[in-house]
Design a protein around this ligand. Sequence first.
Ligand code: C5P
Length: 231
Amino acid sequence: GDVAVLVPAAGAGLRLGPGGPKALRLLAGEPLLVHAVRRVAAAPSVRLIIVAAPAADVEAVRALLAPVAPVTVVAGGAERQHSVAAALAAVPEDVGVVLVHDAARALTPPELVESVAAAVRGGCAAVIPVLPVVDTIKEVGSAGAEGPSGPAEVVLGTVDRAVLRSVQTPQGFRRDVLAAAHAAGLAAHTDDAGMVEKAGIPVTCVPGSDLAMKITRPLDLVIAEALLHVA
Ligand code: C5P
């Protein structure tokens, strides 16, 4: 394999107990982070996985993941970007392709990891898995008046969903491209491709997977549990 996968899981409040953050929420008795790492490790292109954990939990996360796959655990930073940068710093020089993956997308199939990695290897500087938007999307604003549950919202317009995509992870990068975006110290973004995009580098889309859904709401856990039979 020629690919390193970074998993930022150093959000404040990460604790190996109940009621903790989403990376450690249990799905069929195992933390989401465990499910995610197991599937990433099953992708043949992956040479190493680097997880960023809160400094105080590095040892605990190391112990949690040791039986799952060979994983490097580093201390994360104050912001998600700092955690990604800390993980990136642990990537060996000869690794050319770097993926950043969200532990909450715990059922992401190894095939999606492979397709993102293949696109980067094929010459794309940055790659994101996307899905079409199925809902009609409205832009809204405050009406000023009070509604039944606070200030009422009114529709300002309807966005053409044909040109919109939902973005998943893993997001893939040529190593130098991700490193340069981080070195530029660009303002916080909700995803790494956002940083690269702001730097003017083209970001290529590949088809995402329903299995790469972000498991955040209680309903998602119910769906994910049902999906475990096929994922
Ligand atoms: O808090 P938020 O939902 O934006 O976090 C997104 C992801 O980034 C989570 O997996 C979280 O653990 C991670 N993160 C991190 N280091 C931080 C803050 C968040 O690795 N300092």
